[in-house]
Write a protein of this length. Structure first.
Length: 247
């Protein structure tokens, strides 16, 4: 097995920026925020629905993206073209003599073409459960994130880095939300052939399968890494153990 050393510049370049894709949609999200409330609960009563919001049936939302049964759906027309752009799903819950509307899901059509480009599902405590975004507006999600419902931190993020409709990168995070490992599919065959290992959010080693035989051919260690990762030749099933199982 060949060895190697990762230069500091290369290590910095390899490290993903998991929050970058959220910043890319900041402007669009701001439009949504102007006409909607933050994730959470609200009491039923007069004046709780914005003037540009209308109650709709569940058929107006995409039932494949989040649970719609038994939900109250409110839609918003942000660009005033007569077609909804945002759908918010609520679940009615009683607490004593008060009925609260708990936000469970939000779907957004960012480019106003009738297709959902963004979906976020929420836990009862208001923390996100999962999120999907279509960056290039081709009808296929390019990022899919799963969150820890207790902390709201990342648990897993999948990315389609070349926009071919297939996820080719998976990031896994530990309980604190720190990046733990990254699997990359460089040739697009659906199998990981590069594994990045992180400790405390810092890159410590990269393992490569250069000939697509599901075995590690070489390893690069980050300079000054505190913990050497020793890996023999492995098959696909062993490769799964290198990266923590999907939550």
């Amino acid at each position: 097995m060949l060895g190697g050393m990762i230069t500091p510049d290369a290590a910095a370049a390899r490290r993903p920026a998991p929050c970058g894709w959220r910043h890319a949609l900041l402007a669009c999200a701001a439009l949504v925020a102007l006409t909607t409330t933050a994730a959470g609960c609200k009491k039923k009563g007069k004046g709780t629905t914005p003037s540009d919001a209308t109650s709709t049936s569940a058929s107006k939302v995409d039932p494949t993206l989040c649970e719609v049964e038994g939900k109250n759906v409110v839609s918003y027309d942000l660009n005033r073209d007569g077609k909804p752009d945002v759908w918010r799903l609520y679940k009615s819950e009683k607490a004593g003599d008060t009925t609260a509307e708990v936000l469970t899901c939000r779907q957004v059509d960012l480019d106003h073409d009738g297709r959902k480009d963004m979906v976020i599902a929420f836990a009862r405590n208001g923390q996100p459960l999962y999120e999907k975004i279509d960056f290039d507006w081709d009808g296929k999600f390019d990022v899919s994130a799963i969150y820890d419902p207790k902390t709201g931190k990342y648990a897993e993020v999948e990315r389609d880095t070349n926009f071919d409709g297939k996820y080719d990168l998976k990031e896994l995070y530990d309980a604190s939300g720190a990046l733990e490992s990254v699997r990359r599919d460089r040739d697009g065959n659906g199998e990981p052939d590069m594994w990045e290992q992180y400790e405390g959010g810092l890159l410590v080693a990269i393992l490569y399968d250069d000939d697509n035989d599901t075995k590690v051919d070489r390893r690069e260690e980050a300079p000054g890494s505190r913990k050497k990762i020793d890996m023999p030749d492995i098959d696909t099933s062993t490769a799964e153990s290198v990266v923590p199982a999907t939550p």
